[in-house]
Design a protein around this ligand. Structure first.
Ligand SMILES: [Zn+2]
Ligand SMILES: [Zn+2]
Length: 343
């Protein structure tokens, strides 16, 4: 039997009796990162990286959670589990599973470019690599982060000069911190929507140092906010909450901004093509760097990407999972839920 198998509950290790990122309740869950499509409620025990701790407790409530460092190994029923940085968001990990010399790696979500905020992706040698391929099409090719933030900062500066408020949208774990840490704070102050600030607070409790932010409340003077920049979640787009800052210019940060339809659909004034997932070249280089014998594609453009990998000489297999991306409409639903619950 294979060391890891794909079941209707998630990725399962029968030898070790644990699941990785299961979407149905299990006894033992190893979690790659705190995004909603990977960290579900209802498991008896959780294992994750230290820096996922506070965000998971905030999002999932009072769970039985063990956390470890990158490079640290936990053994379950003779199977060794070790975490390595995935470069996706703060606390995200690839999970290496070893039994009698056979090595599997589950990437979760990952990106290969160093964003300066989370621990950068590390290739891990393995026999079997389980990879995402969210942006597994040649059209997805990311610009250097510095270029993107030069655009963001000059757009913000322009808005301040025009006395127009600036709203920048990105999901709350990952994109929001990446934006926050790369804004030019000589332009103005950073204001946050409650959903964003709750995640920032959780990360700060976890010891992460983030740039200063001000949570927007009923009392926050609108005129002050107009001189700064507002970081808001996708769920706030077009809501009365956002409209009260008008006139404003609204920028959307997402890998999907590379496709014309997405930008029109969201009516953003500016689309910044920025993702926490690997682009086409990033995926191929990451898979190649593992030296794997077999690669399994869990989510994204799985069919076409699998076909392409087989054409260029990999032994690639498409597998069925329930992982989506935080970067799209599925996550916006989750974030709306949080707004409904949290405020
Ligand atoms: Zn993710
Ligand atoms: Zn995901």
């Amino acid at each position: 039997m294979a060391l890891l198998e794909f079941t209707d509950r998630g990725i399962y290790c029968a030898k070790g009796k644990f699941y990785i990122d299961p979407w149905k309740p299990v006894d033992d869950a190893v979690i790659t990162h705190a995004h909603a499509d990977h960290a579900y409620v209802g498991h008896k025990r959780y294992l994750a990286h230290h820096l996922s701790r506070e965000v998971m407790l905030y999002r999932l409530g009072d769970i039985n959670l063990q956390t470890i460092e990158y490079g640290e190994t936990v053994t379950k029923n003779g199977v060794e589990i070790t975490l390595f940085p995935a470069g996706h968001v703060i606390g995200s990990a690839q999970i290496r599973v070893v039994y009698k010399g056979e090595i599997w790696v589950v990437s979760g979500d990952y990106k290969v470019d160093d964003d300066g905020v989370c621990a950068p992706f590390e290739p891990v040698n393995c026999h079997h690599f389980i990879s995402e391929c969210t942006f597994g099409m040649p059209v997805y090719k990311w610009k250097p982060q510095l270029d993107i933030f030069n655009e963001v900062n000059s757009w913000w500066r322009q808005n301040v000069e025009n006395n127009v408020a600036t709203v920048i949208v990105g999901y709350s774990l990952g994109k929001a911190q990446r934006i926050l840490q790369n804004l030019d704070l000589s332009i103005g102050q950073v204001y946050t929507h409650g959903v964003i600030e709750n995640t920032n607070d959780a990360l700060r409790r976890n010891g992460i140092i983030l740039n200063p932010t001000t949570r927007i409340t009923q009392e926050t003077p609108k005129e002050d906010v107009r001189k700064g920049i507002i970081i808001a979640p996708p769920s706030s787009v077009g809501t009365p909450w956002m409209r009260k800052f008008g006139p404003y210019s609204f920028g959307y940060c997402s890998g999907w901004m590379a496709i014309r339809g997405a930008k029109r659909r969201r009516a953003a004034d500016r689309g910044f093509i920025m993702s926490d997932h690997a682009d086409w070249d990033g995926l191929i280089s990451a898979i190649d760097a593992t030296g794997c014998e077999k690669v399994y594609l869990t989510h994204g453009y799985t069919a076409s990407f699998t076909r392409y990998l087989n054409e260029i000489g990999f032994d690639a297999h498409e597998v069925h999972t329930l992982y989506g991306t935080e970067d799209d409409d599925s996550m916006e639903v989750v974030e709306s839920g949080q707004v409904a619950v949290g405020s």
